[in-house]
Design a protein around this ligand. Structure first.
Ligand SMILES: [Zn+2]
Length: 201
């Protein structure tokens, strides 16, 4: 079993699938965040993947469900939930957070490139940034969802302060949260990575 090679990082998915996202390369993003514990600016890190990455989580796109429809019925939801993992290529870029597992090669690369981004034993081994001054964990919710936060720049000017380092090596992860280009507020960030997003319609 591949999972045995994951060692302490074997948490992965709820059904034991080690990963729900893979790509032939990835980006290490670096930004700055003001630590609420010590008040100092700390470097923080995030991971993103280019268009053409693959995910097993793409089957159920909630955005496609009409607001007036009753949504999936219970049986359809069960079918989806218990169906075997199916890899699907995704057209756009994506950034991930609430990361539960990374492949050993990616974890190894991060130890050198971003040592303060590491599994947090107090949160079940979920990958977390830690302040470079006081070592307090920095919650993903303080970095990702809201415009103005480190990994949600409002515009190109704000995004220009983010370093996007391409890493030409295979990437595998089990994420809890995936920020695709359906999140319009991530467009300035994706543009910084070299991918300009536009309206579908
Ligand atoms: Zn701090």
């Amino acid at each position: 079993m591949e999972t045995q090679e994951l060692g302490a990082n074997a948490a992965g998915g709820p059904d034991g699938e080690p990963f729900n996202l893979r790509a032939s390369s990835y980006f290490l993003l670096q930004a700055e965040h003001c630590c609420t514990a010590c008040g100092q600016a700390s470097r923080v890190y995030a991971l993103a993947v280019p268009p053409g990455h693959e995910s097993t989580e793409a089957d159920l796109d909630l955005d496609d469900i009409d607001a007036d429809s009753p949504g999936l019925d219970a049986q359809a939801f069960r079918d989806w939930l218990f169906s075997p993992a199916r890899w699907q290529a995704i057209d756009g870029p994506a950034m991930i957070s609430s990361i539960r597992a990374l492949s050993p090669s990616v974890a190894h690369a991060l130890r050198a490139l971003a040592p303060r981004f590491r599994p947090n034993p107090e949160r079940g081994g979920q990958w977390s940034n830690f302040c470079e001054h006081c070592d307090a964990p920095i919650w993903d919710g303080a970095l990702f969802p809201t415009p103005g936060q480190a990994f949600c720049p409002r515009d190109a000017e704000a995004a220009s302060h983010i370093a996007a380092r391409p890493v030409d090596a295979p990437f595998e992860a089990y994420f809890g949260m995936c920020w695709t280009d359906s999140y319009r507020n991530k467009w300035p960030l994706f543009s910084r990575m070299g991918y300009d997003c536009a309206e579908d319609e």
